[in-house]
Design a binder for this molecule. Structure first.
Ligand SMILES: *Cc1c(COP(=O)(O)O)cnc(C)c1O
Length: 385
């Protein structure tokens, strides 16, 4: 008998909203009635709360994670003639902002265990034009920030942490976004701390950077109608700040639930042949923005195990109502727009292979044990039949 399957989505924003509906509705109506829609005490309050949560003295809210990264580069006066080293395995924004300020992105390969920058490769990519490094704490797993800061210090390079997927994650007991010179956050709705629209923030302990960013995000103006630089317009709405203030209070609980889900996935999936579960470094406490497994490609697995391609597994899971996602199918060094940089297929074998193997499983704090079991049995059934 065919049972009607209830779909398991990759994430479920409505379910989360329902748990805080009364608080959010009251806050939103309060903003609407106040007439203060841009800036003001709600935005300032959120900046202070986020700074305290991350463990820094300074925080500036802006319109998106992309803007946060762009503003960070501009505040460091990085531009034409400069090189910025970053990972080839990230959302495009990480690289796009480097080009947007006129600098040259320099990509390096990743570490297969963590999906993050391979620190040895970063070291060999440094030239006399290198100004900064942008490590990405991908899928909520912190980069080895001890190694990163040691390397950056010895070459006097700035470190801009892309924390878009890792709000609340810790390296050696410190929150990401407080370890490098600047931390950049996104509050896009699907992120661990998501607004109901766009939002972003920059964190730092350097007041000079805060001053520069406040000016740059306001069309390069400090004194009204006097413009000292070409900036942009990048604001966090009061409505989003009100919602984010509420959600920030739940973030640790939600991240904890994600950790429990990740632990259960790990425990029940790690012995399935043909599948690799993500690893955490001992000093890292991740926040599992994604739970991303690798499905070994045909010919690279133990002989005797049936080879199943990622697409085959995905479609079989989909038939069972289990929705998965591929982050990311193509490395940044092989994007059409970066052809002019001259990277070759085969140049970064780890990221090139990982892009063919990754599969992100359903992951959100409200994912039930039953739903998780369905995912696990679905995968087992696909891979061992
Ligand atoms: C989401 C994301 C960004 C960009 O954030 P937006 O708010 O969407 O502009 C940058 N880097 C990474 C790694 C991201 O996941």
């Amino acid at each position: 008998m065919v049972q009607s399957v209830k779909k398991i989505p990759p994430l479920d924003l409505v379910q989360q909203y329902e748990t805080i509906e009364a608080e959010v509705s009251a806050a939103v109506l309060g903003v609407l009635a106040s007439g203060n829609y841009v800036g003001g005490p709600l935005v300032e309050g959120f900046e202070q709360q986020l700074a305290a949560y991350i463990g820094v003295s300074e925080c500036v809210a802006c319109n998106s994670g992309t803007d946060a990264l762009y503003l960070a580069l501009r505040a460091l006066e990085i531009g034409p003639g400069d090189e910025v080293i970053t990972t080839s395995f990230s959302f495009f924004a990480t690289a796009g902002v480097i080009s947007a300020v006129g600098a040259k992105p320099v990509f390096v390969d990743i570490d297969a265990q963590t999906f993050n920058l391979d620190i040895g490769q970063v070291a060999s990519a440094i030239t006399d034009k290198t100004r900064a490094i942008i490590p990405v704490h991908l899928f909520g797993q912190p980069m080895d920030m001890s190694a990163m800061m040691a390397l950056a210090q010895s070459y006097q390079l700035a470190v801009i942490e892309d924390c878009a997927q890792a709000v609340g994650a810790e390296w050696a007991g410190r929150k990401v976004g407080s370890i490098g010179h600047i931390g950049c956050f996104s509050f896009y709705p699907t992120k661990n701390l998501g607004a109901c629209g766009d939002g972003g923030a920059v964190t730092t302990n350097d007041p000079a950077i805060t001053t520069a960013i406040r000016m740059l995000k306001n069309h390069g103006s400090q004194a009204r109608y006097i413009h000292a630089e070409i900036g942009i317009n990048s604001r966090l709405d009061a409505l989003q700040a009100a919602i984010l203030q509420i959600k920030l209070r739940y973030l640790d609980t939600w991240n904890c639930q994600r950790r429990e889900i990740a632990a259960r996935y790990h425990h029940l999936l790690r012995h399935i042949p043909g599948l690799l579960t993500p690893q955490e470094l001992t000093e890292s406490q991740g926040v599992w923005h994604q739970y991303t497994i690798r499905l070994c490609q045909a010919g690279q697995e133990d002989p005797g195990t049936a080879h199943k391609s990622r697409d085959w597994v995905r479609s079989h899971l989909q038939e069972r109502g289990i929705m998965t996602t591929v982050y990311y199918p193509r490395p940044l060094h092989l994007q059409p727009v970066y052809q002019s940089l001259g990277y070759q297929l085969g140049q970064f074998p780890v990221v090139e292979q990982v892009c063919q193997e990754v599969l992100s499983l359903p992951m959100f704090p409200e994912l039930s044990i039953e739903q998780q079991e369905q995912v696990i049995y679905g995968l087992k059934d696909c891979l061992t039949r």
